[in-house]
Design a protein around this ligand. Structure first.
Ligand SMILES: [Mn+2]
Length: 350
């Protein structure tokens, strides 16, 4: 990262009274790790901060030191005088949980305007603003991300698609400002790389991500305990359900995409939550005779599609964008409202 940009970011957060660190909806280890590592810098510089997450936190948030005690609620976010908001690993404002609208415009300028207009309206809403008055300061939005589909919604957009993960981006930022990374922050940063490279096996894996991981390991992080704590917690029920989902695979012969699905009834039946089978999409990525694969997760009439490919000639971020989603070339997704119909040959969204 260019030193001038890094110093600009540092100056912004250092002059802030309160920084809000935003995780994306349904945060993964990359979003959690990047925000938690950034928090270690703020802690070291005595800068006040809170985390924000529109969705529920996954159980793994504990590992990153993120819990109810340092989380700001939706309503508090609207009324708090925070000077700086940083988003981590979110491709757009909706993904960051900051659009406050179910279907935000894709136009980044418009979305940002809508967001701030809503903040203004919240100021006038006596229900929300009953205890604390909203500060007159407009927060400065810093967008840290590595998604190819990032809509550059921030006032400052630190988006580098060459980075394997957002934690790699934060690592480069720390290097540029010469921030000494302690063991805990090193573990947070490594967790993001492990997550996004699928343990150094998918195409996001680069020499730079491996060099970074090697450097972090030298700071006392144990790779095996990190894997055990965060990534190898699948129980028998999760494996049974994954087995069932594998049995549902259908191949679309025209496009060469393998598709399967999992519903909220499935996870309930096995007494699981979606997070416990979230990495299933990476297991399926090993399919050799397809151009790409997709897992549809159906919950309350909402279908979330995660797609993966290992092929160099397939760009899934483009496909996801056409369907209102986003992501990377090799890992992307979208969400639609609808119901699934399944027959012996195919899975359809209606
Ligand atoms: Mn990521």
């Amino acid at each position: 990262m260019h030193e001038q940009l890094a110093q600009e970011i540092l100056a912004k957060v250092q002059s802030a009274r309160l920084v809000v660190l935003v995780l994306h909806r349904g945060p993964d280890a990359d979003s959690l790790g990047a925000a938690a590592a950034f928090a270690s810098l703020l802690e070291a510089r005595n800068i006040s901060f809170k985390f924000y997450c529109e969705s529920d936190l996954p159980p793994s948030a504990q590992f990153f030191g993120i819990d109810a005690s340092n989380l700001i609620t939706h309503n508090s976010l609207l009324i708090t005088s925070c000077d700086v908001i940083c988003t981590f690993d979110a491709g757009d404002l909706a993904h960051a949980g900051l659009s406050f609208s179910p279907s935000p415009e894709t136009d980044p300028g418009g979305v940002v305007r809508q967001f701030w207009e809503r903040l203004q309206r919240a100021k006038e809403d006596p229900c929300i603003a009953e205890s604390t008055p909203l500060g007159s300061v407009s927060p400065f939005l810093i967008n840290f991300d590595h998604h190819a589909s990032n809509t550059h919604f921030g006032n400052l957009n630190v988006v580098d698609t060459a980075c394997s993960s957002t934690t790699e981006l934060i690592y480069h930022f720390f290097q540029a400002i010469r921030f000494p990374i302690q063991a805990k922050a090193a573990a947070y940063l490594l967790a993001g790389v492990l997550n996004d490279t699928d343990h150094f096996s998918n195409p996001a894996t680069t020499s730079s991500s491996i060099t970074m991981a090697s450097e972090l390991l030298s700071r006392g992080v144990s790779l095996s305990s990190l894997r055990e704590l965060l990534f190898e917690r699948r129980g028998i029920n999760a494996l049974r359900l994954i087995g069932e989902v594998l049995g549902r695979l259908r191949k679309n012969k025209r496009y060469g995409i393998a598709v399967t699905y999992v519903t909220d009834e499935d996870v309930k039946r096995y007494n699981l939550n979606f997070e416990e089978i979230a990495d299933m999409v990476n297991i399926l990525n090993a399919i050799g005779d397809c151009r790409a694969m997709a897992v549809l997760k159906c919950e309350d009439g909402l279908i979330r599609c995660s797609m993966r490919t290992t092929r160099t000639d397939v760009d899934l971020s483009h496909l996801a964008e056409l369907l209102g989603g986003g992501g990377h070339k090799k890992a992307a997704g979208f969400r639609v409202r609808g119901t699934l119909t399944v027959d012996s040959n195919r899975v359809r969204i209606e």
